[in-house]
Ligand binder design. Structure first.
Ligand code: CA
Length: 415
């Protein structure tokens, strides 16, 4: 009886509070909009003016623009940032899911037709930038499904909202100014300047600063149009990769057989060795042939699931792909998709990663490894190469066969 009464009182209180909260919220939103208009004039306009943006461009860009309250990671004025929403309890996902055939196959089919359709343009791009056509097309596919993905947001509104009140607003303010510079250059009409919710522009998904540095006009119409022009999109991707060190004539990598005597703890970009050393140690292509390249070329072991999944021997070009997106799996997705566009086969090694632990369990294990003096690259519950090699080193030190990847038993054992 008492409990029921308490529930009723609490319910009434909740109703009363929400009735109070609704107008308060509307009021604070209106106040934020006013502060936003003020911020545009006092903070954004002087920065834009310094970069040569005209008053006319500035006025047009922000005519009728209000804050986009639907965007993620917002911290409205007067509120405190919420800690990032990480699903620590969620089951840890096998890296193999990222590269599953249902994600790859549709892009292979669509991509092969586009490699043929844009053959002449792609050949000219490859001649100028030294990046294979399949790599360029694979990034295009991964970023925007070959320009078919919906890129829904008004870039100016998105970047302005993020510059004004997002968790990383210091990073977004210069991106907003860069977007105004793009408008000033008349590369795209304002109404067609679309971005993702993260402010990434057009078919290659460049942030505005990357656009200013790397976008190119390849169809010769005087505009660097990565929204509507396929030649501009493809050449901009190739130019980006060349500028980040793509070495012409070198493969990104190959799937490899790594003998048991070669520890998985030798993985990663900090442990490059001449190809001759790897072959001497018995590393071959998956089909037993010699890996491509010259004896002195630097090669790296890349084992995204340690001994529990397929292994790759990669070149510096693999790490150039990672400048587009810092995930090993992203770079592997692009490299593998490029191989498939050139008609190579599927990845043969099985992803034998085990279930039964969460991202939070991985983080707890990382924190214990850190206490033991290992560098896991930050305890974030994700398993990058530093965490993998730290696990392998811990296993070797404790007389266990190195797997370089977590499983439920190992997570309990590492202390
Ligand atoms: Ca153009």
């Amino acid at each position: 009886m008492l409990a029921a009464l308490r529930t009723a009182v609490l319910l009434l209180l909740a109703v009363a509070l929400s009735a109070l909260a609704a107008p308060a919220l509307a009021q604070s939103k209106a106040a934020a909009e006013t502060a936003f208009r003020d911020w545009l004039q006092t903070t954004v306009w002087p920065l834009a003016q310094k970069k040569g943006v005209s008053q006319a461009t500035f006025q047009a860009a922000f005519a009728g623009v209000t804050l986009d309250w639907t965007l993620p990671d917002l911290v409205p004025p007067g509120t405190t940032p919420k800690p990032p929403q990480v699903q620590w309890q969620a089951e840890f996902q096998s890296p193999g899911r990222y590269l599953s055939e249902d994600k790859i196959a549709p892009l292979v089919k669509g991509g092969r037709a586009l490699v043929r359709e844009w053959g002449k343009t792609l050949a000219a791009i490859e001649a100028r930038y030294g990046v294979p056509k399949e790599i360029v097309v694979a990034i295009w596919g991964r970023e925007s499904a070959y320009g078919r993905a919906a890129i829904p947001k008004n870039a100016i509104q998105t970047l302005a909202t993020k510059g004004f009140m997002a968790t990383r607003r210091d990073m977004f303010l210069p991106e907003l100014v860069a977007a105004l510079e793009i408008l000033e250059g008349d590369h795209i009409p304002l109404s067609e300047m679309k971005s993702s919710v993260a402010g990434a522009l057009g078919q290659p998904q460049f942030l505005p600063s990357k656009y200013l540095a790397y976008a190119v006009d390849f169809d010769g119409d005087g505009r660097r149009d990565i929204w509507r022009s396929v030649p501009d999109t493809l050449a901009s991707i190739a130019n980006y990769l060349k500028a980040h060190g793509w070495k012409a004539g070198d493969a990104w990598g190959v799937e490899a057989v790594v003998p048991a005597a070669v520890t998985c703890a030798l993985e990663g970009p900090e442990q490059g060795h001449p190809l001759a050393d790897w072959t001497k140690a018995g590393v071959t292509r998956i089909d037993g042939a010699a890996p491509p390249g010259k004896a002195g070329d630097t090669r790296f072991l890349m084992m995204p699931a340690g001994r529990l999944g397929p292994a790759f021997l990669v070149s510096q070009n693999f790490y150039v792909l990672k400048t587009y997106n810092e995930s090993d799996l992203y770079a592997l997705f692009v490299g593998h998709l490029a191989d498939r566009l050139a008609a190579d086969g599927r990845i043969r090694g099985a992803w034998g990663t085990k279930a039964g632990f969460s991202r939070g369990d991985v983080r707890a294990m990382q924190q214990r490894l850190e206490k033991l003096g290992y560098d896991v690259g930050g305890a974030d519950g994700l398993v990058g190469f530093k965490t993998r090699t730290a696990i392998g080193a811990w296993q070797a030190k404790n007389g266990l066969p190195a797997t370089c990847f977590p499983d439920a038993g190992l997570i309990k054992t590492i202390r």
